[in-house]
Structures are given as structure tokens and as C-alpha cells.
Ligand binder design. Structure first.
Ligand code: ATP
Length: 362
């Protein structure tokens, strides 16, 4: 008689990166104050936050360049820092790419890329050449970095970081040295290359637009802590705090209190079922929360200024009872100009109502 097969739990894929309760202090600065974060295999996670909030420190702790005061780091389920473990950076299987690319000026592009492949079989060098080909730089293999454009240098640095086939790629502000025109293209190419190579990545940025463009999920940081982890769309459309809402996009804010499950504004009341009666809130109106029509429709407003952006234009609107102008966005040049009377209505699903962090009584 054959023994029944032991029932095993379905195999679960360990997170590519799991950090738990990380704390890191430099003198009086608490750079990390209890950070927990999980990055799934194949994911591109952005670490988003203001200067000094601890993004680079977190990256350095994951890379092994900094030891945490407490907490743990696991890569593919393997403990590499904390609880007595301290695996050196070169044994973590992690790739690093810095803002300044850190290319060796005295080595050619090919030599730069092969630098991290010493001791690996010839197939690794061939794979690296293939990557160089994929990013369109095969013709520059013999060139020195300083003879390349900023975008080309960025690609060399990316290929160098990817060549050893890291389990996790850590990128610190990888696009900030590029001018705006080039940045969009390089971002797209980078994401495509990460997808093609199936690389898991953790990328530091202070730019919400960049995080939205590149990441599968965003971890928003503030003062050494992570305040929200979500897809870009969820973070943008459903921020859990006023801080998150403000970080992702500018908005006009109207202070209000919840009464009978609603927040009143000079543009009408907004239902707020999820906050308690009497709570002090801010009603945040981003441009997409306002619909503009001719006078007589909705609430009366006046165009103060119009900024033409090409594909769209932004109207700055004065509304009685609201301090400062509201901004609305229209496709193309739009029919309205300064001084025009218009009608404004709220787009309820685009209005954000969040607890007022600045209000001491809430
Ligand atoms: N080696 C260090 N010695 C002393 N203080 C440090 C050190 N590294 C970081 N800090 C401090 O820790 C805090 C977090 O720095 P960190 O570089 O992680 O922030 P960041 O979010 O990456 O900022 P930025 O975008 O400006 O690089 C800052 O106040 C910084 O001055």
C-alpha cells in the first residue's frame, strides 16, 4: 500500500525584499523610525518622499552599506541584516545604481559593464553585451563614459547594474541628472528593460510624477516612516492622509467640519460617510474635481487667469467664499479667458475629504 502523499502547504513565493521594523539613527537624527515594507518578485517599487525623510538610508541598509540599529532585512526569504546577521553587500545579490551613475572614467563602456562580472562564466559577459545591444549602445562599447550624453551614460549605468543579474536592483534618483525632454524617454526605456529582464527594483525618488510613471507600487515616506503603500492610482485617487494628498498633487483646500455626514463648501456639500460627526476636515479640490461650463450652470465663478499649456489649459477661478483661486483644467485653449463669468460644479468622485492634520481640535 502506498503512503498518501503528505499534504504540503502550497509553495509561496518569498518576497524579493522584506524589511521589518527598521530603525537607524545618526546622532540626533532618527533617519528610519520603524520601517516595514515588502517588495514582491518582479515589482518596481518607488520609495517616494521629501529630501531627508530617510529614502536613501533605507536603500543603503537594504544594500548592506549601512547597518540598522534594529529590525531585519530579508532578501528572497534569507535574513541578511538584523538578529545577528550582517551579510556584506557583495554577497546580497543586489545591484545598485546611483544618481551620478558612478561610472569609471578610465574604463570603456564595455569594461565598465564587465567590471562587476569578474569570476563569472563567459556567458555572463555575452549576456552583458546583449544588454548593451538591447539599449542601443553596442556601437559605443569602446567609448569612454565622458564622451557619451547624459542619457547614454544612464543606460550604461543601468546595464552595468543589471549585468550580474541581481535579484533586486536598487536605484537612487536614477533620472534626476537628465533634462526633462530626455527623462520621459529614458524612464520608459528603463521600465521596459526591467520588465524584459524580470528584475525586481526599489527606486528612490522625490518626484511623484516619476513614481507614478515608473512604479507598480509606491511607498510614501515621511520622517523616517512609511505612511502609505499603494499603487500609483490608489495613492493619487485615495490618499489616506492630507500629507499624501498634498504630496501627490497641488489642490485648493477648503476647511470644513462634518455635519450630518457631509462637508459643506461654497460649491455645495460633499457626502463624507467615513468620518465622524464634527471632525475637522480639508476638502481638497484638484483641477479634475471641477467642471466648468457657461455662466448660469452650477456656481458662479470668474476666470482670473488662463495658462495655456498646449494640449490643455488651466483656468484660475475666483469663487465667492473661497480664499485664493481654484484651478480647473480644460482640453486645448478652451473658450474662456480672464474676466469671463463661468459656472462651476464639483465632480464628486474626484473630491478628496481628509482629516485636517493642521487642526489642533480634531
Ligand atoms: N551618514 C550619515 N550621517 C549623519 N546623518 C545622516 C547620514 N546619512 C543620513 N543622515 C541624515 O539622515 C536623514 C535621512 O537622510 P536620507 O539621505 O536617508 O534622506 P533622503 O530621503 O534620501 O533625502 P535626499 O533625497 O535628500 O537624499 C537626514 O536628516 C540626513 O541628514
Amino acid at each position: 500500500m502506498t503512503e498518501p502523499a503528505p499534504s504540503r502547504p502550497a509553495p509561496t513565493l518569498a518576497p524579493a525584499l522584506a524589511v521589518e521594523g527598521l530603525a537607524c539613527r545618526f546622532g540626533r537624527v532618527q533617519a528610519l523610525a520603524g520601517v516595514s515594507l515588502t517588495v514582491r518578485p518582479g515589482e518596481v517599487m518607488a520609495l517616494l518622499g521629501d529630501s531627508g525623510c530617510g529614502k536613501s538610508t533605507l536603500l543603503r541598509v537594504v544594500a548592506g552599506l549601512e547597518a540598522p540599529d534594529s529590525g531585519t532585512v530579508r532578501l528572497d526569504g534569507r535574513l541578511v541584516a538584523g538578529e545577528g546577521a550582517r551579510v556584506p553587500p557583495e554577497e546580497r545579490g543586489v545591484g545598485l545604481m546611483f544618481q551620478d551613475y558612478a561610472l569609471f572614467p578610465h574604463l570603456t563602456v564595455r569594461e565598465n559593464i564587465r567590471f562587476g562580472l569578474k569570476g563569472q562564466p563567459p556567458a555572463a559577459r555575452e549576456a552583458a553585451d546583449e544588454l548593451l545591444e538591447q539599449v542601443g549602445l553596442a556601437g559605443h562599447a569602446g567609448s569612454y563614459p565622458q564622451t557619451l550624453s547624459g542619457g547614454e551614460q544612464q543606460r550604461v549605468a543601468l546595464v552595468r547594474a543589471l549585468a550580474p543579474g541581481p535579484r533586486l536592483l536598487l536605484l537612487d534618483e536614477p533620472f534626476s541628472n537628465l533634462d526633462r525632454r530626455m527623462r520621459d524617454r529614458v524612464r520608459e526605456d528603463t521600465v521596459a528593460l526591467l520588465r524584459r529582464t524580470g528584475t525586481t527594483a526599489l527606486m528612490v525618488t522625490h518626484d511623484p510624477e516619476e513614481a507614478l510613471a515608473v512604479a507598480t507600487r509606491i511607498a510614501l515616506m515621511r520622517r523616517g516612516r512609511i505612511v502609505q503603500v499603494a499603487t500609483g492610482e490608489a495613492l493619487y485617487r485615495r490618499p489616506e492622509s492630507l500629507f499624501a494628498a498634498r504630496f501627490l498633487a497641488d489642490a485648493a483646500e477648503i476647511p470644513a467640519r462634518i455635519e450630518a455626514g457631509r462637508a459643506a463648501t461654497p460649491l455645495g456639500a460633499v457626502p463624507v460617510p467615513h468620518l465622524p460627526e464634527g471632525a475637522a476636515v480639508r476638502v481638497c479640490l484638484r483641477p479634475e474635481a471641477l467642471q466648468v461650463a457657461g455662466p448660469g450652470e452650477g456656481f458662479a465663478a470668474q476666470v482670473v487667469r488662463r495658462t495655456f499649456l498646449g494640449a490643455a489649459s488651466v483656468l484660475h477661478l475666483g469663487v465667492p467664499g473661497i480664499d485664493g483661486p481654484l484651478r480647473a483644467r480644460l482640453p486645448g485653449p478652451g473658450p474662456y479667458g480672464p474676466g469671463d463669468a463661468v459656472g462651476v460644479t464639483l465632480v464628486p468622485e474626484a473630491v478628496l475629504v481628509l482629516p485636517d492634520e493642521d487642526d489642533a481640535s480634531s
